[in-house]
Ligand binder design. Structure first.
Ligand code: R5P
Length: 292
């Protein structure tokens, strides 16, 4: 097995290779003046299995195409098996037609990757695991919640209430509770499919005097977590922390969240950001070792 460090995840891929004691395949990449991307694997892959580590956070379309081009290069270099290791899987939230006339975007991405030569996919915490059934090859996810929970355990946070900001994230807090102890609960959120406007249903949770840790898979604009944090302070939480797997943190999302009084936002390096204090490298290296 060899690792290819995609341009979007160079640091993470190098850490994975080090931890797994795997060789990285030298890759030369450049962008032409007109914006087109060029890729060349600088060593043969004859008969080798290869894992291409490339996250697809913004600019997601560029990164998906880069992944496809690298997979194509690996296929032409006669790799035996090509696994796309995609810590943040873009378009996973458009996993069905919410309104008539829409695309099922993730299925298009999946078919593109198949056409490029990808044989299997490993990702981390997609919102709904069943989206992976849309891939025309084996695709699976692992959860970074234990890594995030252990971050808070090491901080020795006491009297914890693990909160999911919507019922889709309920299982994240169930998982967190097994490590952090304490209690857990969830809010109910609705998003208008036409405007994207969020509404949190009024719901009173028993968080008075407790340290709330909000767990979400993705923070994009920060709207979800901001509303959840405000609701927790209204209900008497003594402190609120935010843990997320994929800190996209678009625009001033982090600032908006911290302005509510949140103590800290912690994310993983699925998306490199200034809150990425938890590395996925140990988790992904273990999974790749199992033959991702
Ligand atoms: C979807 O429900 C996800 O779990 C996240 O809650 C959502 O994508 C976060 O988006 P935003 O930060 O824009 O509210």
């Amino acid at each position: 097995m060899k690792i290819v460090a995609g341009p979007a995840s160079e640091q993470l891929a190098k850490k994975i290779a080090e931890l797994s004691d795997l060789e990285t395949v030298p890759l030369s990449c450049r962008t032409y003046p007109d914006g087109e991307f060029y890729v060349r694997l600088e060593a043969p892959l004859d008969g080798e299995e290869v894992s291409i580590v490339q996250t697809t956070s913004p600019p997601q379309d560029t990164r998906i195409l880069q992944l496809a081009l690298i997979a194509d290069a690996a296929r032409r270099a006669h790799a035996k098996k090509i696994t796309a290791v995609v810590p943040y899987l873009a378009y996973a939230r458009q996993d069905k037609m919410f309104l008539q006339g829409e695309a099922i975007s993730i299925e298009t991405v999946a078919r593109m990757l198949k056409a490029a030569g990808v044989d299997s996919l490993l990702t981390v915490n997609v919102h709904e695991e069943k989206v992976l059934r849309r891939f025309p090859f084996p695709a699976r996810m692992v959860s970074a919640v234990p890594l995030l929970s252990n971050y808070f355990k090491r901080k020795d946070v006491q009297n914890v209430f693990a909160l999911a900001p919507d019922d889709g994230s309920k299982w994240l807090v169930e998982e967190a509770k097994t490590i952090l102890g304490g209690e857990s609960g969830y809010l109910e959120k609705q998003r208008d499919p036409h405007t994207g406007q969020l509404t949190m249903k009024e719901k009173s949770l028993n968080v008075k005097g407790k340290t709330v840790v909000i767990f979400d898979d993705v923070i994009s604009t920060g709207g979800t977590v901001t509303q959840a944090a405000k609701a927790m302070f209204d209900d008497g939480a003594s402190a609120v922390y935010v843990a997320c797997v994929h800190p996209l943190l678009v625009g001033d999302a982090a600032k908006r969240i911290l302005e509510t009084g949140v103590t800290e936002i912690v994310g993983t390096d699925s998306v490199a950001s200034n809150v990425s204090r938890v590395s996925l490298a140990p988790l992904l290296s273990k999974e790749i070792g199992k033959g991702a």
